[in-house]
Design a protein around this ligand. Structure first.
Ligand code: PLP
Length: 413
């Protein structure tokens, strides 16, 4: 919804219909008050007032639309939700307190005890823990399968399977799933197909167009893009989103107005940031492939990547995250990371600043050794979220890591 220029009323976004994601990032979900400010306002208020007790009753009863209380109605949060729905091509979005809250809210709203989930092994470590430890406590069992092995998916599905859950490209090995094939499998079993689109964002990939029922984001990553806030969002059809919204209203893992405002503004630069991330990541991946101390580089933009052609079909760019295996083990990976000077040692990704991490002891550190092995999270694996600095400067900094591997004694001087 956007505010019509000449009237103080909300109007549907039909004026933007058919426009590109670049335009939607800047123009959709816009709000403007009677002050006619150009930049979107922020509404940092916990509650809203009514003209009368009768109006309060009408609002609470759902007989009159309007704001009530910021756990479930806030104009700044709704502006962000509107923009995300437009960009993902979904009917409605529901913003949450974090990416994990988005996954939890989706599961709590749409699954019940006795249901079964099939999830790819290549997911963010905490997503794995959420399914394995916490959803299991409430009677939802999860089977983990290889993201790219359709036979494994088919074998894992049971009559009680209600959800297929993936990330594509996956974190941190950048494996790419065939979304159309998984959507078909989900439909055949009356299960929901849920895609965490964190790595690509709607700028590079819109999973709903490939048959997904629901798209999830950690807004903490590229949607913000500057590492300022934690948040999440779920996008999908009205009927499913009404359930997710109902869970949020009752349970409260809500996005704050301030965070929504930061994300809403962050989206305005998302298309140009994503293009810069993709350009830098491809150049770095090609450079890393040439380094003698690198055993293997994982990046879907490389022709050597097993799902390169699929990624070309599904995505309009290959994203900003890559990982690679160094010759050696944990000691070499840590020495390499510690020798960098400019790149930030932090587990967050999607920032304009390049970040580097050791997945086995950070993002995936809570997985058992067996689960790490199955997911390919080896001790010599390093993940880089490539930022938008000059790529030559990134190479200079990473060269310090390679130098430290050659001369361990001079490693971290
Ligand atoms: C792919 C992916 N999904 C979900 C999450 C969870 O998001 P948040 O940290 O915002 O809860 C992360 C976090 O790193 C992630 O990388």
């Amino acid at each position: 919804m956007t505010l019509r220029r000449e009237e103080n009323v909300w109007i549907p976004e039909s004026d933007l219909e058919g426009m590109s994601v670049d335009t939607l990032a800047v123009r959709s979900g816009q709000i403007r008050t009677g002050e006619l400010e150009h930049s979107d306002p922020i509404f940092p208020t916990s509650s809203f007032v009514y003209g009368s007790a009768a109006q309060a009753a009408a609002r609470f009863g759902g007989d009159e639309p309007g704001n009530i209380y910021s756990r479930f109605t806030n104009p700044t949060v709704q502006a962000f939700e509107g923009r995300m729905a437009a960009m993902e091509g979904g009917e409605r979005a529901v913003a949450t307190a974090s990416g994990m809250a988005a996954i939890l809210s989706t599961c709590m709203a749409l699954l019940k005890s006795g249901d079964h989930v099939v999830c790819s092994r290549g997911v963010f470590g905490t997503t794995n823990v959420l399914f394995q430890k916490y959803m299991a406590k409430f009677g939802v069992e999860t089977s983990f399968v290889s993201l790219t092995d359709m036979d494994e998916w088919t074998r894992a599905v049971r009559p009680e399977t209600r959800m297929l859950f993936i990330e594509t490209p996956s974190n941190p090995l950048c494996e790419v799933a065939d979304m159309a094939a998984l959507a078909k499998l989900a439909r055949a079993h009356d299960a929901l197909f849920v895609v965490d689109n964190c790595f690509c964002t709607p700028v590079l990939q819109r999973p709903l167009e490939h048959g997904a029922d629901i798209v999830i984001h950690s807004a903490t990553k590229y949607l913000d893009g500057q590492g300022r806030c934690v948040g999440g969002v779920v996008v999908g059809p009205n009927n499913l989103m009404e359930e997710v919204y109902g869970f949020l209203r009752s349970a409260g893992p809500t996005m704050s107005p301030f965070n929504a405002w930061v994300f809403h503004k962050g989206l305005e630069t998302l298309p140009i940031r994503m293009r810069a991330h993709c350009d830098n990541a491809l150049q770095l991946a090609l450079w890393l492939e040439q380094q003698p101390a690198v055993d293997q580089v994982f990046y879907a933009g490389l022709e050597s990547h097993p799902q390169h052609e699929l990624a070309r079909k599904q995505q309009s760019g290959f994203g900003g995250v890559l990982s690679f295996r160094l010759t050696g083990g944990r000691a070499e990976a840590w020495r390499f990371i510690d020798a960098t000077r400019m790149i930030s040692i932090t587990a967050n990704l999607g920032d304009v600043k390049t970040t580097i991490t050791h997945p086995a002891t950070t993002t995936h550190g809570r997985l058992s050794d067996e689960d790490k092995d199955a997911a390919g999270i080896t001790e010599n694996l390093v993940r880089i979220s490539v930022g938008i600095e000059a790529v030559e400067d990134l190479k200079t900094d990473l060269a310090r890591g390679f130098q430290a591997l050659q001369n361990p004694s001079k490693g971290n001087v």
